[in-house]
Ligand binder design. Structure first.
Ligand SMILES: Nc1ncnc2c1ncn2[C@@H]1O[C@H](COP(=O)(O)OP(=O)(O)OP(=O)(O)O)[C@@H](O)[C@H]1O
Length: 333
């Protein structure tokens, strides 16, 4: 059964001139992790602010545990919603210790100190109670922010771009740790990011927002393998747009009214494939873990990746298999 139900949520700013969210609907089951992805300005933060009660909707309903939290006539205050928030900038109070920061979020409980110790243990920071935020690393501050959000036992935990201020190695490590903690607590979580790697690795389902509209709501596997639009396809790895003429070179039966795309990584070199063309290799660049290869076909140049530089200045067969090509009955946008 769904814990959180979002129904036809819409929001505009500037007296209705800027529509930021347009009839967004989805449901989230208890204990699941949902990620919201989308380019800058697509409405991600506005959507979670509406769920957290920091904005009022123009239309639509936010429902948690069969109780309406927001609608045109109802607005339950943010602090009454039992929704925990972790922001990218940690938002810890600098003049308070770790213990005071975490206690701040706990309202009704008598066992405040015990709860602080419990959540600090959960995030691997036992013994850090009396430190101040400036005495902690970025990763530790983010774990304290998570502990603070978890302390009141929220029904939904929302993490807004929680890793974007951290360097790559720390980010990977912290992402793993935070999602282990989330799974351990079983809390229902919504994670907002424009980093699609984050989204693929941690979510039970992913919502893609584009210009305030929900384009697709699916598992990571479905989004990667069956994107609904060219934009969704391009979110998760490099893609090539094919013209009908280019596809004819591969002997692919292309139609004029369809847009075609292939992931760069789906090209096969010197392999038996469903559709192929002979092409001249223009360059092979060493990129560390792989080589980037550029080839010239009768219809233009293509880029792909391969694992060796044996193809320098050669004519090669490059191709792809039927299941790998995406087709969309629309114009590429
Ligand atoms: N209070 C506000 N008043 C006016 N416009 C706003 C307000 N809040 C957000 N917007 C606008 O709404 C649009 C969506 O903003 P939002 O912050 O939800 O996007 P986002 O997807 O979270 O972007 P980012 O990834 O850059 O954080 C933007 O064009 C933004 O300028």
């Amino acid at each position: 059964m769904s814990l959180l139900k979002i129904h036809n949520l819409s929001k505009s700013f500037d007296n209705g001139k800027t529509k930021v969210l347009d009839t967004v609907s989805f449901e989230l089951e208890k204990g699941r992790v949902l990620t919201i992805v989308g380019e800058s300005g697509s409405g991600k933060t506005t959507l979670i602010r509406l769920i957290a009660g920091l904005e009022t909707p123009d239309d639509g309903i936010v429902e948690l545990n069969d109780t309406i939290l927001s609608s045109v006539d109802i607005m339950v205050r943010a602090e009454k919603r039992n929704v925990g928030l972790v922001f990218q900038d940690y938002a810890l109070f600098p003049h308070m210790t770790v213990q005071e920061n975490i206690m701040y979020g706990i309202h009704k409980q008598h066992d405040k100190k015990e709860r602080v110790a419990e959540v600090l243990e959960l995030v691997g920071l036992s013994g850090f109670e009396s430190r101040y935020p400036h005495q902690l690393s970025g990763g530790q501050q983010q774990r304290v922010a998570l502990a603070r959000a978890l302390a009141p036992r929220p029904e939904v935990l929302i993490l807004d771009e929680p890793f974007s201020n951290l360097d790559v190695i720390l980010k990977d490590q912290l992402r793993r740790e935070i999602f282990e903690i989330i799974h351990k607590t079983g809390v229902t979580a919504i994670f907002v990011t424009h980093d699609t790697d984050d989204a693929l690795s941690v979510s039970d389902s992913i919502i893609v927002l584009q210009k305030g509209k929900m384009i697709q709501n699916a598992t990571a596997f479905e989004l990667f393998n069956a994107p609904k639009t060219p934009y969704v396809a391009s979110l998760f790895s490099a893609v090539v747009n094919f013209t009908t003429k280019e596809l004819e070179e591969f002997r692919y039966p292309a139609s004029e009214s369809t847009s075609y795309m292939l992931r760069t990584s789906s090209f096969r070199i010197e392999e038996d494939t469903d559709y192929s063309v002979t092409a001249r290799v223009l360059s092979v660049l060493f990129m560390g873990a792989y080589y980037q290869i550029s080839v010239e076909t009768p219809q233009g140049n293509l880029y792909t990746i391969c694992s060796s530089n044996d193809y320098q200045n050669k004519n090669i067969t490059i191709g792809f298999n039927q299941p790998d090509i995406f087709h969309f009955e629309c114009q590429i946008n």
